[in-house]
Write a protein that binds this ligand. Structure first.
Ligand SMILES: Cc1cc2nc3c(=O)[nH]c(=O)nc-3n(C[C@H](O)[C@H](O)[C@H](O)COP(=O)(O)O)c2cc1C
Length: 361
């Protein structure tokens, strides 16, 4: 019997979703702070067979935590102790901002989904960078070269006009590239007005070139650069992003962010409507996310890393993404429903696969 889903139903499912997130994340950090996480990590650490190379970086597992869970780099070490091969911190913006008014996070339990319109609530790049630097040094001291990887996801400050977006992303790149193992330009959140317009090739080209230039200069090394796209792009737009990523020599594409679509949900229409605007994530995103991954892999060949995210729940889902051409896989929403041992469960399933594959050879 799995304990967490019972606990979730009894406690968290009745609570405001953002409050539940705060309490859950607080508990994960508390386990780390009191030293229990070290003991836990003996059981949750990914098997060595799962080590994966992507864009010159070594990941302990192909499976990691997607952006949005740890928006401000407050729990990187604690999350690493749960078995995630990488933690993508952010989205972080050039300036601190409060995000949208609450409530802004809603569960659709019957769909194993959530709707969020958080709106990039975060302390801003200047405050978050030193926090990531401290976590990075701690991971290095503890795990050495085999440490979990820290991705840093940056986005546009809401108050900055779209025509000044490049300068705003430059601020984040300058401050955050030095502490990032890889950097992600997020142009796909539905919760910052106009942001997704930056996904067009003519807007993306100067933006990515500027972030590339700024991050290299600030970090004094080559920082792998990826772009994160929405599942709501047309197939032609997906192809355009793939072409552009190849042209600019990006290291990869992360697909996908949340969707503004509401199709195929089991939750009552009134409940979905009451949640209002925002991005839908979790199981309903599974099919489109996989479709975008397949399309991207066909478009880029072996040329780029593809990070697949959207609706991943089980080891079989992760395996399916890897088989469809993903280099790495991420998840978020299922973590809310499956609980703290989710990454360890995924890693264990993948390790069994790896063992079986070795026996077959
Ligand atoms: C509450 C919440 C907040 C999120 N915040 C961000 C964010 O700040 N930046 C980002 O790139 N993606 C964000 N995402 C999107 C996730 O990283 C992921 O792309 C999406 O949820 C699909 O994966 P999933 O179905 O496993 O959740 C957020 C998702 C959720 C549920």
């Amino acid at each position: 019997m799995r304990i967490y889903p019972l606990f979730f139903r009894a406690a968290f499912s009745w609570m405001d979703a953002e409050r539940a997130h705060r309490i859950g994340f607080g508990a994960i950090r508390a386990v780390h702070a009191c030293g229990l996480g070290k003991a836990l990590a003996r059981f949750t650490a990914p098997s060595g067979a799962l080590r994966t190379e992507a864009f010159g970086v070594s990941f302990p597992s192909p499976f990691g935590l997607a952006a949005g869970f740890d928006k401000e780099g407050r729990g990187i070490e604690a999350l690493a102790e749960l078995g995630f091969g990488h933690i993508e911190v952010g989205t972080i913006t050039g300036q601190a901002q409060p995000g949208n008014p609450t409530p802004r996070l809603f569960r659709l339990v019957e769909d194993r989904a959530v709707i969020n319109r958080m709106g990039f609530n975060n302390d801003g790049a200047e405050a978050v960078a030193p926090r990531i630097a401290i976590a990075r040094a701690a991971l290095e001291a503890r795990y050495g070269a085999d440490r979990p990887v820290i991705g840093v996801n940056i986005g546009k400050t809401k108050a900055v006009e779209l025509e000044h977006a490049v300068a705003d992303y430059r601020v984040s790149a300058r401050l955050l590239a030095p502490v990032a193992d890889y950097l992600v330009v997020n142009v796909s959140s539905p919760n910052t007005p106009g942001l997704r317009l930056l996904q067009s090739a003519e807007s993306l080209r100067p933006l990515l070139a500027a972030v590339r230039e700024e991050s290299g200069a600030a970090a004094g090394r080559h920082v792998p650069l990826l772009v994160k796209i929405a599942p709501d792009l047309s197939d032609e737009d997906v192809d355009d992003v793939a072409r552009l990523a190849l042209e600019l020599g990006l290291e990869g594409i992360i697909a996908t962010n949340t969707t503004i679509g509401r199709e195929g949900l089991s939750a009552p229409a009134a409940k979905v409507e009451a949640a209002g605007a925002g991005g839908l994530s979790g199981a309903p995103l599974k099919a489109r996310s996989l479709e975008v991954l397949r399309r991207l892999r066909a478009a880029v060949g072996d040329g780029l890393a593809l990070v697949s995210v959207g609706g991943v729940e089980t080891p079989a889902d992760v395996r399916e993404r890897l088989d469809a051409g993903a280099t790495l896989v991420q998840g978020y929403t299922a973590f809310l429903y499956e609980g703290p041992f989710w990454a360890a469960h995924i890693n264990a399933g993948l390790a069994v696969d790896a063992g079986l594959a070795r026996i077959r050879r």
